[in-house]
Design a protein around this ligand. Structure first.
Ligand code: AMP
Length: 620
């Protein structure tokens, strides 16, 4: 199975033809900051802004009144001046449903939409537009793409993007989609700890056999990963961490200390709180070199010394060490079998952190590289390997095009992503869309486009004999097994009844390199249009579910609802029905939100009434 070299620039028109360089870039798409790097003369470089100063692009997106977008440093001050139209931490929302994020929804200052459809993915409302986390991440990626294109004066179309080791398939696919939307062919999604190891050259030697701990303490999140590296294969043995523990908590500890020492009153005083936070961060950073810090805030001299700081933050550092212990336990290894400890993230500059980590692992740390840049540097190293410039590294066989099935509206749902190592097993659960559905057609496709009609069909079969159940109740697992010879086995199984069928598809590789090149090229060229069509179809499908549920709700609860409430609900349903015939997903979303906002209190009332009825019938 060969790696297929595709020269995307060849397919582009005149303007791009001036660029002969065909480089692959490495991107660290971070929660707080993102970076782009590439390998020049054998050395990875992170690209700076046009002043040559900053390598970090803050992962912040601000929408102006006219919906134009500002990404990065210029968007920072908008977090305070216009928080509801300024998006941060979008990575936390990738491939998440509202139920997934409900517990920490107050963390966000912008509006996250709950359409009340189970498992539907979150959307973010900015004024009258609705965005998915994929679209918002794409804005950050576009900014990085622009930055490197300007710096190198070439058109860039291929990238490696890093993700946390704990990201699931859906989150990885969402990251790929974001890349595609930004006009990038994502050659590989790489785990952040793998990239960090590569930046230190660990695992680059084909003979390397090592166990590595990667300790990553950033601004808002903490991860520890244990990797096993054997002959160019990086295996994640365990991950642990805390998605709400990072440098911000250290700043908060100093801020709280000053508030209690000097009696600041922060009630309704956002400006003062902000000033204190910034001063606290400056104090924290100063302790990398100094032992004491002072600054004046509102005529009050605020002081703190390093030993007080360390006492305050010790519990935070200890929490990270407990997570390291848990990761080692989960990896079923002993501490002394760890060969290397790699430090990632700006907060690992703190000496208290370094002391605790090296004490725990009983090792010298790998911390010579800039901890903010390590992951991006490693992504660039991986990109170079993929470009075939590093002949020593074993390139694993990969599937050259994505494999998936057709879902509602003729959409392609990828089960095995392009460039995944083979052999590979992957599966996903689906359900029926109609009450009492007995048969389910499984149509398998290969390709990168969002509509199956633009992809290549490998075959189809029908899973028969599903016992009649209400729509959404059957659990149908579609499982793909792609072996090293390129044979694809597809199994469909209804998990509640055990009904199943397995079919072998002809080799997905019976396709010429030319054809494959054309398919890939078309997928990047049509990405924007494809994703818009997908978004529209998904909004319509979701709207249909909401419409059906609303009709059912009104019918079942007519006795509890007032005639006005019934009329209003039916009117809103009608409006939503009308919206689905339009070509604008934002109108559909807005109608869905209106309906949902109106019916949520009614649904709660109906639930209470039903529970109390049920209780009446029971002897307690
Ligand atoms: P990251 O998300 O990896 O960019 O990490 C950013 C975090 O690193 C922020 O909380 C910064 O305050 C923190 N940071 C950067 N430099 C230092 C430093 N010298 N000492 C302590 N924390 C730092």
């Amino acid at each position: 199975m060969a790696r297929i070299p595709i020269d995307l620039s060849k397919g582009k028109l005149k303007e791009a033809e001036k660029t002969t360089d065909n480089i692959i870039i490495g991107i660290d798409l971070g929660t707080t900051n993102s970076l782009v790097a590439y390998l020049k003369d054998g050395k990875p470089n992170v690209i700076t802004d046009s002043d040559g100063q900053n390598t970090l692009v803050p992962s912040i997106i601000h929408f102006e009144q006219d919906n134009s977008v500002i990404v990065g440093t210029d968007a920072i001050e908008k977090l305070i001046s216009d928080p509801s139209n300024t998006i941060f931490s979008i990575k936390r929302l990738m491939a998440k449903s509202f139920q997934d994020v409900e517990d920490f929804k107050n963390f966000f200052s912008y509006k996250i939409i709950d359409n009340d459809v189970e498992d539907s993915l979150v959307k973010i409302r900015v004024r009258d537009k609705f965005y998915t986390p994929v679209e918002l991440s794409a804005k950050i990626l576009e900014q990085l793409k622009k930055r490197i294109e300007k710096s190198l004066d070439v058109v860039v179309s291929k990238a490696v993007i890093t993700v946390p080791a704990y990201f699931n398939d859906a989150q990885r696919q969402a990251t790929r989609d974001a890349g595609k939307l930004a006009g990038l062919e994502v050659l590989r999604i790489v785990n952040e700890p793998t990239a960090a190891s590569l930046a230190y050259g660990i695992g680059l030697d084909a003979d390397d056999v090592k166990t590595v701990a990667v300790y990553d303490l950033g601004g808002g999140t903490f991860d520890i990963s244990i990797l096993n590296i054997e002959h160019g294969i990086f295996e994640v043995l365990a991950t642990n961490g805390d998605t709400f523990l990072g440098g911000d908590d250290f700043d908060r500890a100093i801020q709280q200390y000053w508030v209690s020492e000097y009696g600041f009153n922060l009630d309704n005083n956002v400006a003062l709180s902000q000033q204190l936070r910034l001063a606290a961060e400056a104090a924290k950073k100063s302790f990398s070199v100094n032992t004491s810090f002072e600054t004046r805030i509102n005529d009050q001299l605020c002081k703190i010394d390093r030993s007080t700081f360390e006492k305050l933050v010790k519990p935070l550092v200890e929490r990270t060490i407990i997570a390291c212990g848990n990761a080692i336990k989960d990896a079923e290894i002993s501490i002394d079998s760890i060969d290397e400890v790699i430090m990632v993230g700006g907060s690992t500059r703190m000496s208290i952190v370094q002391d605790f980590v090296s004490d725990f692992f009983q090792k010298e740390l790998n911390n010579d590289l800039n901890p903010d840049e390590v992951v991006a540097l490693g992504a660039a190293v991986q990109a170079d390997v993929l470009a075939g410039n590093n002949k020593d590294i074993l390139l694993l066989d990969v599937t050259p095009l994505s494999l998936g099935i057709e879902t509602i509206g003729g959409l392609m749902d990828t089960i095995i992503a392009r460039n995944t190592k083979v052999p590979i097993k992957a599966g996903r659960e689906y359900t029926t869309s109609v009450d009492g559905q007995k048969n389910l057609k499984v149509a398998v496709f290969q390709g990168e486009r969002d509509l199956v009609s633009d992809n290549r069909k490998l075959g189809e079969f029908v899973l028969r004999g599903i016992p009649p159940m209400a729509a959404g109740i059957p659990k149908i697992e579609i499982h793909f097994l792609l072996n090293a010879d390129g044979i694809l086995n597809v199994r469909a199984k209804e998990l509640r009844s055990g009904v199943e069928q397995t079919v072998e598809m002809r080799s997905p590789y019976g396709i010429s390199e030319e054809e494959m090149g054309r398919m890939l090229l078309e997928s990047v060229q049509n990405a924007k249009g494809d994703i818009a069509v997908r978004a529209l179809i998904e909004a319509r499908t979701e709207a249909q579910t909401v419409i059906n549920a609303s009709h059912k709700f009104v019918k079942q609860n007519a006795s509890i609802l007032s005639p006005e409430e019934i009329d209003r609900t039916i009117l809103l349903v009608q409006k939503l029905e009308d919206a689905t015939s339009k070509e604008d997903k934002d109108i559909i979303q807005a109608c869905m939100e209106d309906l949902n906002e109106y019916t949520t209190p009614l649904a709660h009332r109906a639930l209470d009434a039903n529970i109390s009825d049920a209780m009446k019938g029971k002897k307690l």
